[in-house]
Design a protein around this ligand. Structure first.
Ligand code: 5RP
Length: 235
């Protein structure tokens, strides 16, 4: 991993302001005239707001969630179906954790499946995050896993066998249903020392739609909001 820091001291900025800073910094990766891949979450919302300032210079976006689609469209940015856009030059998204190799845990905003799909058709993943997300090893943030409802109890047992404590994510007193009509588990107590092996293993469990470890599609760049400005990490 290499890094450079912009000269913008941000010592007194709040976490929200750091998100705004990296959301704006991500504009430099948007290719004029192209369609940009857009992730999901509070940091990405800052990016979408910044993207609106150059909406006339892009063709539009491919979005990773209903929430991002609605925000993009409300700002007058065209949203394309993934199936109509064979390849994207860049995908910009946040993360719940990112390590020194660009591997991430994602899905805090429940959009991990569509995020992995859009990341898979992008040439470059630019992660935008505040510095609290940079970790030595993945595993402190509860790991999101999207699952088919009829497989929930067996998958919980499979995580228990690995020392993990998986709980169904609830919203408004009911299991949260993702944009894809499935459930989410949040798993604590895991040690993800080998993210590639972990992602490969859990992805094969019957009933797992998507595991929130992004090791096969890591970030190539991370714009990190820090007390000394936006740091650019490259992997
Ligand atoms: C959504 C995600 C988000 O990128 C992740 O949760 C970070 O969100 P935020 O920018 O709000 O901290 O993976 O599914």
């Amino acid at each position: 991993m290499t890094h450079s820091t912009s000269p913008n001291p941000a010592a007194t900025l709040t976490q929200d302001q750091l998100k705004t800073l990296v959301g704006q910094a991500a504009l430099q990766y948007v290719v004029p005239g192209a369609i940009v891949g857009v992730g999901t979450g509070s940091t990405v919302n800052k990016f979408i707001d910044a993207l609106a300032t150059m909406k006339d210079q892009i063709k539009g976006a491919v979005s990773s969630s209903v929430a991002s689609t609605e925000r993009l469209q409300a700002l007058g940015i065209a949203v394309f179906d993934t199936n109509d856009v064979p390849r994207l030059a860049v995908y910009i998204d946040g993360a719940d954790e990112i390590d020194g190799h660009g591997c991430m845990v994602k899905g805090g905003g429940a959009a991990l499946t569509r995020e992995k799909i859009v990341a898979a058709q992008s040439d470059r993943f630019v992660c935008i995050a505040d510095e609290s997300k940079l970790v030595k090893a993945l595993g402190s943030f509860p790991l999101p896993v999207e699952v088919i409802p009829m497989a929930v109890q067996r998958i919980i047992a499979q995580f228990a066998a690995k020392g993990g404590n998986a709980k169904i994510r609830f919203k408004d007193g009911k299991p949260l249903v993702t944009d894809n009509g499935q459930y989410l588990l949040d798993v604590t107590g895991l040690q993800i020392s080998d993210p590639l092996a972990f992602e490969a293993e859990v992805s094969q469990w019957p009933g797992v739609v998507t595991v929130g470890v992004f090791a096969f599609q890591p970030a190539q760049v991370c714009l990190l909001g820090t007390a000394s400005g936006v740091k650019t990490l490259t992997f």
